[in-house]
Ligand binder design. Structure first.
Ligand SMILES: [Zn+2]
Length: 286
């Protein structure tokens, strides 16, 4: 019965928009350095999605969007060649009314009430809202957190200096859950111990990228995948984005596609998929 469902409303909003290179969305056979420095085209603006799950145990966000400073402060990205890479990769836009607190308020929710912020990975356009979530515990995979301290973080798209100093990090360790409903995944992390919100390892875009499965009685299951894909249809077709570890992305994509075969109606929701909001709406109808 819906009244016993620990998962209530699930919503999505975008913190501004981002344009990327078409090769980034993929698929492409070109080497990333080639297209990064030669591409002259941008995609149409795409969302920078934040997913909101109203769970009985508290308000949960999956990803927190971009920091407005990244779109208006010319010193946000490092100077020199590395900074150039950031500006070649993506072009963000964000208005003052598109912050996480403003978007939550439009849903009748308060940023102070966010109990958990689950981040798919540590790229700036997924952790930008953390400083606006004063009470949130921030869940990130241990592999992703460890990648911050391995050499040359900026070359891997990380901006450690821009991370919110006061964030309460909680590293996620995946463990065998003995839950046949997660197959082909054999390990995960069950956020509240009720099976409703389960983190799954989907590395490839970054070493520690993870997804969140939402299982609820009031709608189809959902899988929030961060940047594993930029388009759920491309993922379904086995087409990979142009950036990331191809072997690991291919494996994660195959596992997600297998999960979808086993969970009819599973909606795959990506951070920058223009169709994600419509997919969520369809998955939540009746
Ligand atoms: Zn992203």
């Amino acid at each position: 019965m819906a009244s016993q469902d620990p998962v209530g409303r699930v919503s999505v909003f975008s913190t501004g928009s981002v344009a990327v290179r078409p090769e980034h969305v993929g698929p492409t056979r070109k080497h990333p350095y080639l297209w990064l420095f030669t591409s002259r085209r941008w995609t149409a603006p795409r969302p920078v999605n934040v997913f909101v799950v109203e769970h009985r145990e508290g308000l949960v966000l999956f990803d927190t969007g971009q920091d407005r400073a990244a779109t208006v402060d010319p010193t946000y990205f490092p100077a020199g060649p590395m900074g150039l890479v950031f500006t070649r990769v993506a072009k963000g836009r964000m208005g003052a009314g598109e912050t996480v607190p403003a978007r939550l308020a439009a849903l009748g929710l308060r940023a102070e009430d966010v109990a958990k912020a689950v981040v798919s990975h540590l790229h700036y356009d997924h952790v930008g809202g953390l400083r606006d979530l004063p009470r949130a515990e921030v869940l990130v995979s241990r592999a992703e957190l460890d990648s911050l301290t391995s050499p040359f973080p900026v070359a891997r798209g990380l901006l450690p200096g821009r991370l919110h100093d006061g964030a309460r990090w909680r590293p996620v360790d995946f463990e065998p859950l003995g839950d046949a409903g997660l197959a082909p995944f054999t390990a995960g992390f069950d956020l509240f111990g009720d099976g409703a919100l389960v983190m799954l390892p989907t590395p490839g875009h970054t070493p520690g990228s993870m997804s969140m499965l939402v299982r609820r009685k009031g709608g189809a299951p959902l899988l929030m995948v961060g940047d594993l894909t930029y388009d759920a249809e491309l993922l379904a077709a086995g087409a990979l984005p142009g950036l990331g570890d191809r072997r690991r992305m291919a494996r994660a994509a195959a596992e997600v596609n297998e999960l979808r075969r086993r969970l009819p109606g599973l909606a795959v929701l990506a951070a920058h998929d223009p169709n994600a909001a419509a997919l969520l709406e369809r998955a939540s109808e009746g």
